[in-house]
Every structure is written in structure tokens, then in C-alpha cells.
Design a protein around this ligand. Structure first.
Ligand code: ZN
Ligand code: ZN
Length: 175
């Protein structure tokens, strides 16, 4: 019999292993989509800002459809378990912070038990969810391309530099 994989199993496949961090990202993403009344973002109607680069953010990318390549996944290097989601459809933004008691709840447990604890915890114990005012970043724009006068490779116009009167790419400009 062929069983459809659960969203959690698909997250584990995407991330490469099952871990407590991924479980946090899974819960954060579902809570955000639920509270924002959003579906997975096919285009750029949803924006995610993550304040860490741990395992959890893979679940965020996978479940919300906010990805680095689409420009609607923004990383802020704050080292905090904080996740912000904004919707262009509803103009609503939410800040989700993982509560301290989540690490306390995992104390003394083995790996599997930690994961299950996070997956099964009531949302109120797990997350502090606040609606916030947020200016959503502009949609990704398509830039013209220019050719670097030194290496000959194509570079986005907005990233090109001028060096001794010639248009060059950043690596060539820094040489
Ligand atoms: Zn992991
Ligand atoms: Zn170049």
C-alpha cells in the first residue's frame, strides 16, 4: 500500500534528518500559516524573516514556500528563536517567538522524545505569537544584465561596479 507522506515526514526528507530544531520550524510554520490564514506561498504573497540559521529554517522554507531564491525568505543573524511572517494578501504580520519553557520541557529526554514533545506541545506553551506592524520588503525585481569588462561574465546591473571607467562585477572590482 502506498501511503501519502505526512507534512512532517516530507520536512524530514527535505532537511535530511529528524531533529528537535526541525520540529520547532514545523510548529512555527504551521502556526504562522494557520494564524495568517495563508496557504503555502507559491509566489511572493508571504514573506518570512528568520532570526537564526538553525535546522528549523528548513522546515520554514519547505512548509511556507518562502525561499531564498524567490526573495521572500530573509535571514537576520540575531541568533534568536524568532520568526516573523508577513502576508501581502491580508497585510498582516506576525512575530512568533519560541518560549523558554520549550527547552525546559526537553530536559533529560532522549532525541526522539524531545522531537515528540515539541510536535505535541500545545501551541500556547510553545510559542508567543504577536501581531505586529511591518513594512513588507518590496517584491523581488528583475534586473537587467550587463557584461563584466574584465572576466566577461554576466552580472546583474544593480550589482555591477565601475572600476577605472569600466563596468565590472564585484569579484573583479575587488581584485
Ligand atoms: Zn536538523
Ligand atoms: Zn568580472
Amino acid at each position: 500500500m502506498c501511503m501519502e507522506k505526512t507534512d512532517w515526514e516530507k520536512c524530514v526528507d527535505f532537511h535530511g534528518h529528524s531533529c528537535p530544531g526541525l520540529a520547532i520550524g514545523y510548529r512555527v510554520s504551521l502556526a504562522a500559516l494557520d494564524n495568517l490564514d495563508e496557504m503555502r506561498s507559491g509566489d511572493e504573497e508571504l514573506v518570512a524573516i528568520v532570526e537564526n540559521d538553525a535546522c528549523s529554517v528548513d522546515a520554514v522554507m519547505f512548509l511556507t514556500g518562502c525561499t531564498f531564491g524567490k526573495g521572500n525568505f530573509i535571514y537576520r543573524d540575531h541568533g534568536k528563536q524568532v520568526y516573523i511572517f508577513g502576508s501581502r494578501n491580508s497585510n498582516k504580520a506576525l512575530r512568533l517567538a519560541v518560549k523558554d519553557k520549550v527547552s525546559e520541557a526537553q530536559e533529560g529526554l532522549d532525541w526522539e522524545a524531545r522531537i515528540n514533545t515539541i510536535l505535541e506541545m500545545p501551541e500556547n506553551d510553545l510559542l508567543e505569537i504577536k501581531e505586529i506592524d511591518m513594512e513588507l520588503p518590496p517584491r523581488a525585481s528583475l534586473y537587467n544584465s550587463v557584461k563584466c569588462a574584465e572576466c566577461g561574465e554576466t552580472v546583474m546591473e544593480a550589482r555591477a561596479r565601475v572600476k577605472e571607467g569600466k563596468i565590472v562585477c564585484i569579484p573583479c572590482a575587488c581584485k
